[in-house]
Design a protein around this ligand. Structure first.
Ligand code: 76R
Length: 268
């Protein structure tokens, strides 16, 4: 007996992710004494230091934000604690959050999904029948251990960050979600091959946000050369998976801001 494969690709999920974009309320900030401003900056920097390598601060280009904080956390509870700790900082009274994005680091397993499903079918286990869920879970757990460094990343140590949310197209004629799994796997393979040409120059962290935020994925790219973002994203526009099936949200470009630089930027 033959069964159609389930359409859902297997995914590994790791760190809970929050991006926070904010602007300084400059006139209120200017109204403080230098001494108070320094106190508030010190409180912020010591809090960020305590958060460690899972939090990164970027100063932003353009009007959309002055700064962006990126947090990777072991789970959503920890992420919530981080968000509340930020809210309670005194400097937060002098900030306006212009945007935010909630997601979870996601590694798509298109390459192995068909193999895993096929292996279960060979053992006589029918899709979503007895033993299916357990068989899939076993593979996921094994991969999760092997991929732990990738799905629980630190903020990559590069100068620039490019962040944007995106969707896959669900149009009347072209609909990503109606393509057979094999076709999506083939297209994602092509996508990965383009990406791999930029290995070393750019670090990409994909996070899934279906059910968490307004778009389906968040894309974080990190590099020491901002121009590489344009080159990579432009090249991907010609890749069918982007040319036909991608819709993009707002783009954010920032440069890593260490605590010394933060002090300089906030000193008037
Ligand atoms: O993670 C991996 O290396 C496995 C292969 C891979 C997957 C599964 C991969 C590789 N990506 C995957 C998934 Mn990607 N990626 C994007 C964008 O602007 C655009 O047109 C698209 C935005 C970029 C720039 C990029 C870069 N990728 C995804 C997904 C989930 C889709 C799904 O499951 O349907 C999205 C939305 C997405 C988008 N990708 C790579 C890169 C790069 C540079 C690589 C190679 C990484 C490496 O091998 O080092």
């Amino acid at each position: 007996m033959s069964f159609p494969l389930p359409p859902l690709p297997l995914t590994l999920e790791g760190s809970a992710v929050l991006h926070q974009m904010f602007q300084i309320s400059w006139s209120a900030w200017r109204g403080l004494t230098q001494e108070t401003r320094n106190e508030l900056i010190d409180e912020l920097t010591s809090t960020l230091e305590g958060m460690g390598a899972g939090t990164g601060l970027f100063s932003m280009f353009g009007h959309k934000a002055d700064f962006m904080l990126v947090h990777f956390r072991a789970g959503f509870e920890e992420l919530g604690e981080t968000e509340w700790a930020i809210r309670k900082l005194r400097i937060w009274d002098y900030c306006q959050q212009t945007s935010s994005y909630v997601s979870i680091v996601e590694l798509g397993l298109y390459e192995s999904t068909a193999k895993v499903y096929g292996g279960l079918l060979e053992k006589g286990i029918a899709p979503n029948g007895p033993g299916w869920k357990e068989g899939v879970a076993e593979t996921i757990e094994r991969q999760k251990v092997a991929m732990a460094p990738r799905i629980y990343p630190e903020i990559p140590p590069f100068q620039y960050c490019c962040f944007y949310p995106m969707d896959r197209l669900r149009g009347e004629a072209k609909n990503w979600y109606m393509l057979p799994l094999e076709e999506r796997a083939r297209l994602m393979h092509e996508h990965g091959m383009i990406g791999r040409r930029y290995a070393g120059e750019v670090k990409q962290i994909i996070s899934g946000s279906i059910g968490f935020d307004d778009w389906e994925w968040g894309v974080d790219l990190f590099s020491d050369d901002a121009l590489v973002f344009k080159k990579l994203i432009y090249e991907m526009r010609f890749d069918p998976v982007s040319a036909i099936y991608a819709k993009f949200g707002t783009f954010y470009l920032g440069i890593r801001c260490n605590h010394e630089r933060l002090k300089t930027l906030l000193t008037i």
